[in-house]
Design a protein around this ligand. Structure first.
Ligand SMILES: Nc1nc2c(ncn2[C@@H]2O[C@H](COP(=O)(O)OP(=O)(O)OP(=O)(O)O)[C@@H](O)[C@H]2O)c(=O)[nH]1
Ligand SMILES: [Mg+2]
Length: 218
C-alpha cells in the first residue's frame, strides 16, 4: 500500500511539474533545477554566473534549504530577486513548492529562473519541478566515483558542472572517470568544469547557459 501511495504522489508531482513548465513557457522563462551535494558549490556557481550574465539576462532564484536563508541573502546581495523555501526537514523540493514560490515573482520581468535544490544526491533525483534543464553540480573534493554510486541523479541531468577545479592539484580526482560514467548514464549531456571563486571557466559557462535559454525560448 505504501508503494502505491508513493507512486500516486509522484504522479501528482509530475502533473504539477507539467503545469509549472507550461506556465514558464507561456511567460518566456527558462527554468533550471540545480542539484548536488551539500557544499558542492551550487550557490557560489550561481553568484559567478549571474555576475557574468549581468546586463544579458534577467535572472531570479528559488532557494531551497531545510532551514535558514543564508543562500537567499547571498543571491539578494547581487540584486537578483529571490524566494527562499524552507522545507523544515524534507530532503528535496517538489513541484507544488515551486508553483507557490514562482507565484511570488513577476514572470514577465524574468528570463531565467534558477532553482537551487536542497543539497542532496539522492532525494532530489525523483522530483521533476517543471524545469527545462537539470544541472548536477559535483565538486572535485567529493570524488570521481559519484556518478557510479549515485546514478539516478546523474542519469536525469542534462549537464554536469565539475566545480572547485582549483583544488585538482591537491586531489586524486580523475575527470576522465566521471566523464565516462556520466556519459554512460546520460549520453546527450554536457560537461563543464569551473573554479567559480577564481572565475576559471565561468565566461564559457555563462555563454553556454545564455545559449540554452535562447534556444529553448526562441
Ligand atoms: N576552492 C574552492 N572552493 C569553492 C569553490 N566554489 C565554492 N567553494 C567553497 O565551497 C563551500 C560551499 O560552497 P557553496 O556555494 O555554499 O555550496 P552549496 O552547494 O551552495 O552548499 P549548500 O547550499 O549548503 O548545499 C564554500 O566554502 C565555498 O567558498 C571553488 O570554485 N573553489
Ligand atoms: Mg547553496
Amino acid at each position: 500500500m505504501k508503494i502505491i501511495a508513493a507512486k500516486k504522489i509522484l504522479k501528482a508531482n509530475d502533473q504539477l511539474a507539467e503545469e509549472n513548465r507550461a506556465g514558464f513557457n507561456a511567460a518566456g522563462v527558462y527554468c533550471v533545477n540545480v542539484v548536488g551535494s551539500p557544499g558542492a558549490g551550487k550557490t557560489t556557481l550561481l553568484e559567478a554566473l549571474f555576475t557574468a550574465l549581468k546586463d544579458r539576462l534577467r535572472p531570479a532564484v528559488i532557494e531551497g534549504d531545510i532551514a535558514g536563508s543564508i543562500d537567499a541573502a547571498r543571491i539578494e546581495k547581487l540584486g537578483v530577486p529571490v524566494v527562499q523555501i524552507n522545507t523544515q526537514g524534507a530532503c528535496h523540493l517538489d513541484a507544488n513548492m515551486i508553483a507557490a514560490a514562482a507565484a511570488d515573482f513577476d514572470l514577465a520581468a524574468i528570463d531565467l529562473l534558477v532553482i537551487e535544490n536542497i543539497g542532496n544526491l539522492v532525494c532530489t533525483a525523483g522530483f521533476d519541478l517543471g524545469e527545462h534543464l537539470r544541472i548536477v553540480v559535483l565538486s572535485t573534493a567529493e570524488g570521481d566515483d559519484k556518478a557510479a554510486k549515485y546514478p539516478a541523479i546523474f542519469q536525469g541531468s542534462q549537464a554536469l558542472f565539475i566545480t572547485k577545479a582549483d583544488l585538482l592539484p591537491h586531489l586524486n580526482f580523475n575527470a576522465e572517470r566521471i566523464t565516462a560514467d556520466f556519459k554512460r548514464l546520460a549520453p546527450q549531456s554536457e560537461i563543464l568544469q569551473v573554479a567559480a571563486i577564481q572565475g576559471d571557466g565561468i565566461p564559457p559557462a555563462a555563454d553556454w547557459l545564455a545559449g540554452k535559454c535562447a534556444a529553448t525560448l526562441r
